[in-house]
Design a binder for this molecule. Structure first.
Ligand code: ZN
Length: 452
């Protein structure tokens, strides 16, 4: 058998500020050390002046929203009316062609920021959904070579979901949802450590668009098929109000009651968590996809992430959909995560290394990738090399902190995923960005016409 191809990345600055060579063999980091010698036929890259980070992991996105940025009707709205005015208004108009374009735009934005794994919470399902819509996301991810975790959304018409209420689309029955989810998992869920695609059971809202019975069935389905679980929770206080009214207990207690807390579950937002809820999340090791940009944009508040982290709750970062967080960059998300807790909790509320961990290893662990998210021998070779030679980085004392404390614009000059180059010299391989922009604007014009 021929030896796996070898790539030697020389003299890179590492996240701890030291310099070293990184040897990649096949899909993994084989060795990190000083003065590593190239083997026969080895490809070499001089990374002097480049900063190496583990590929960033985004644990909450809605890629279809990449064509719903700055929609005027939702620009000053809180979550409920924003859902009705923006994503749900467009729901029935998203064609497979538009979805494909939106996924390419969103995934390109992520790659440019150094993100190599994306969990996409896709929820545009209804009774007559074309399977091509979901396939368009997998296709876009496959072409760009980015790791994709499809969080399979969906919901029933429960009445308290302010987005679903404005559509006249017929929701899927739970039987239809389970059958379709089973089909998707059979096609795309790969439990292997180095998987490029996985599927997660992810009802759009566990409080407003799911019945107790549905949550029990979905949990059972996830256990049977070895899938993790995800949803939105407590982005706003309305979730708690409805849980108390419908179930006579807080939203977190209700999740506990239906078996929706645990190491295989993570929720986006968790902004409005009280002391008792916080203790339960920590005790059960339920993860959070912290989305500070979206929470700021919609005026939802600031999640108690430093307390969660201190208690040992798994923390990760999510850029959320671009309809409520127009940047779509994991570097922007790291910067705001670092800043926002300091604004409310003082200058020691967050540390650079902690935020960097949330954005990489923390996210990988929450998504169930045990061998991803760190620059160490034996780990999967998801590596980003940032170019810090731009004039704006002049004067930085500790270059390894720059992506977190300086934010965008930054150039992910080289990005490797599973040992393969996906970005070279700042260019995403296989994507003509100018053509993608033109295609997207054409698709956008059709969407705007259809929505107005
Ligand atoms: Zn979301």
């Amino acid at each position: 058998m021929p030896a796996a191809p070898e790539i030697l990345i020389g003299n890179a600055t590492l996240p701890d500020g030291s310099r070293a060579d990184i040897r990649v063999r096949g899909k993994r980091i084989a060795e990190i050390g000083k003065n590593l010698q190239p083997g026969p036929g080895c490809e070499q890259l001089d990374a002097s002046g480049l900063l190496a980070y583990p590929g960033l992991v985004n644990t909450h996105h809605h890629l279809f929203q990449s064509v719903l940025k700055a929609v005027p009707e939702g620009i000053d709205q809180p979550l409920g009316p924003w859902l009705a005015h923006v994503p749900y208004r467009a729901w029935g108009q998203v064609t497979p062609e538009l979805m494909y374009c939106a996924a390419r735009v969103g995934l390109s934005e992520l790659l440019r920021s150094g993100c190599t794994t994306c969990a996409d919470h896709h929820y545009l399902y209804h009774a007559d959904t074309s399977p091509e819509l979901e396939e368009a996301i997998f296709q876009a991810a496959r072409e760009l070579g980015i790791r994709l975790v499809l969080c399979r959304g969906g919901g029933s018409r429960e009445g308290s979901h302010q987005g679903l209420a404005v559509t006249d689309l017929v929701p899927e029955s739970i039987e239809q949802r389970l059958q379709r989810m089973q089909d998707s998992a059979a096609r795309h869920h790969d439990p292997a450590a180095d998987a490029m695609t996985r599927v997660v059971v992810a009802p759009t809202s566990v409080i407003h668009a799911s019945t107790r019975q549905e949550l029990l069935l979905l949990a059972e389905f996830a256990r049977e098929h070895g899938l993790r679980r995800h949803s939105h929770l407590l982005e706003v206080g309305f979730d708690d109000e409805v849980a108390r009214e419908k179930h006579g207990m807080s939203a977190i207690d209700y999740m506990d009651d239906v078996g929706w807390l645990g190491e295989d579950v993570w929720f986006a937002h968790l902004v409005h968590v009280d002391d008792s809820g916080l203790s339960k999340l920590i005790a059960t090791h339920t993860g959070i996809a912290h989305c500070p940009t979206s929470n700021a944009r919609l005026g939802s508040g600031v999640a108690r992430v430093p307390e969660m982290h201190a208690g040992g709750q798994p923390v990760s970062l999510g850029v959320d959909g671009s309809a409520s967080a127009e940047s779509g960059s994991m570097v922007s998300e790291m910067l705001l995560a670092w800043l926002v807790h300091r604004a409310v909790g003082g200058p020691a509320a967050t540390q650079v290394e902690q935020v960097q961990h949330w954005a990489s290893r923390g996210g990988a662990q929450i998504l169930g990738f045990a061998e991803l998210g760190a620059l160490e021998a034996g780990m999967l070779a998801d590596i980003v090399l940032y170019d810090l030679a731009a004039p704006r980085f002049a004067g930085v004392w500790e270059p390894q902190w720059a992506p977190v404390v300086c934010g965008e614009p930054i150039t992910a000059r080289e990005v490797m995923i599973n040992g393969e180059w996906r970005v070279r010299g700042g260019e995403i391989l296989g994507v003509d960005q100018a053509e993608l922009f033109r295609q997207t604007q054409r698709q956008l014009a059709i969407l705007v016409d259809a929505c107005r």
